[in-house]
Design a protein around this ligand. Structure first.
Ligand code: BGC
Length: 365
């Protein structure tokens, strides 16, 4: 078992364990029991699913999967997107409480801003599951289900190194760093995961961040908006790469990766090695065409499926399957978590990575 501790300022989601998808120890079961009252509830109950803005394809996929999967299991799904931001999501959660939701699954716009509504939900007897993004600044959270997002960052950092090495066997390499939206609790986790791989190489001179913008606060992309990433990349290229060559860019997801590649192309620069995440259709095509270097496969179907399994177990009053009971905590409590393993995808394995994916399978054949 690999253990990796790291202090993260936002979440204190401090480590990743290598995951055995089915491991369930006694202590895990105990903590799961401690997480909530396991008394069960009627099978036709309302289940709330509060999703954030549609900033990437995974969220849109999740909407349909939750609606279908919850309906099939006999529940009444109430799935909402908060495209207008935090106050819309707060109102949606309040509406779910009024509708009598027994479980509320939350993919937060800003996980630190929902404490009041989540506490009201708990007071009304609902169980709260943080989905993909951790909920912070509240003790009104029972479980967390997500891909291992620190591992996502590590894989991105390693892919960036591998991609640059394949193009140019020895360094130094000029790179730039992009992070996600600062209100998304995952953004710092991805960045810290990547920096656990890249920072030693920056320190020993193998990598050079030519702009000097190597901090999370400098690298962030407000609202995960591609136009913000593109604007920053334009400025970096004109400001720091008039004569230097940009070898690689750490991009936290596919939407931003494509914006970064567009910027390099418009500036007439050679294609840098650019990482990504989410296995978005356009990015998978770009990888096959030798443009974007890598993405991450975090199959949304599996994540939603596990979230629904949690709901089913709660409905029956069963202990939940938890595989990380130690490493996920917010300012108030340790949160029993179920983590799935992310997979790196490059041109090398793109043909085998999505064989059972109904959309990406046919594209990558
Ligand atoms: C998700 C990523 C996604 C990003 C932007 C993150 O919280 O984990 O998969 O790319 O949000 O939507």
């Amino acid at each position: 078992m690999r253990k990796f501790a790291k202090t993260l300022t936002v979440l204190a989601a401090v480590a990743t364990l290598s995951l055995t998808a089915c491991g369930r120890s006694d202590s895990d079961a105990e903590a799961a029991k401690a997480g909530t009252a396991l008394s069960g509830f009627p099978q036709d109950s309302v289940i709330g699913v509060a999703l954030p803005k549609k900033t990437s394809e995974n969220w849109t996929l999740a909407e349909n999967l939750f609606n279908d999967g919850l309906s099939k299991a006999g529940f009444k799904p109430n799935v909402q997107f908060a495209n207008n931001g935090v106050s819309e999501q707060q109102n949606q959660i309040s509406t779910m409480i009024t509708a009598g939701a027994k479980v509320i699954i939350v993919g937060a716009v800003d996980g630190a801003q929902l404490g009041t509504q989540l506490q009201q939900a708990k007071d009304a007897g609902a169980v709260i599951i943080a989905y993909d993004r951790m909920l912070t600044n509240t003790k009104a959270i029972d479980y967390y289900v997500a891909y291992d997002n620190f591992k996502v960052g590590e894989l991105q950092g390693q892919a960036l190194l591998n991609g640059m090495k394949a193009k140019k066997p020895s360094g130094p390499y000029n790179i730039e760093l992009f992070a996600g939206s600062p209100d998304d609790a995952n953004s710092k986790v991805f960045f810290d995961g990547a920096m656990s791989v890249l920072k030693p190489k920056i320190d020993d001179g193998t990598l050079k961040v030519v702009s000097g913008q190597a901090d999370f606060t400098k690298a962030v992309t407000q609202d995960w908006k591609p136009e913000n990433a593109q604007r920053r990349m334009d400025a970096l290229l004109s400001g720091s790469y008039a004569s230097a060559t940009l070898d690689g860019v750490l991009s936290p997801n596919d939407t931003l990766a494509r914006a970064i590649l567009t910027s390099a192309k418009s500036a007439g620069k050679p294609t840098p090695v650019v990482t990504g995440q989410d296995s978005e259709v356009e990015s998978v095509k770009s990888i096959m065409a030798g443009q974007q270097y890598s993405t991450i496969n975090k199959d949304t179907r599996k994540l939603v499926e596990h979230a629904i399994t949690m709901v089913k177990d709660l409905q029956q009053g069963l202990a939940l399957e938890i595989n990380d009971n130690r490493n996920y905590k917010n300012e108030f409590k340790r949160v029993p978590a179920y983590l799935l393993p992310p997979v790196i995808v490059t041109k090398e394995n793109v043909k085998t990575a999505y064989v059972d994916d109904p959309v990406l399978g046919p594209i990558t054949k």
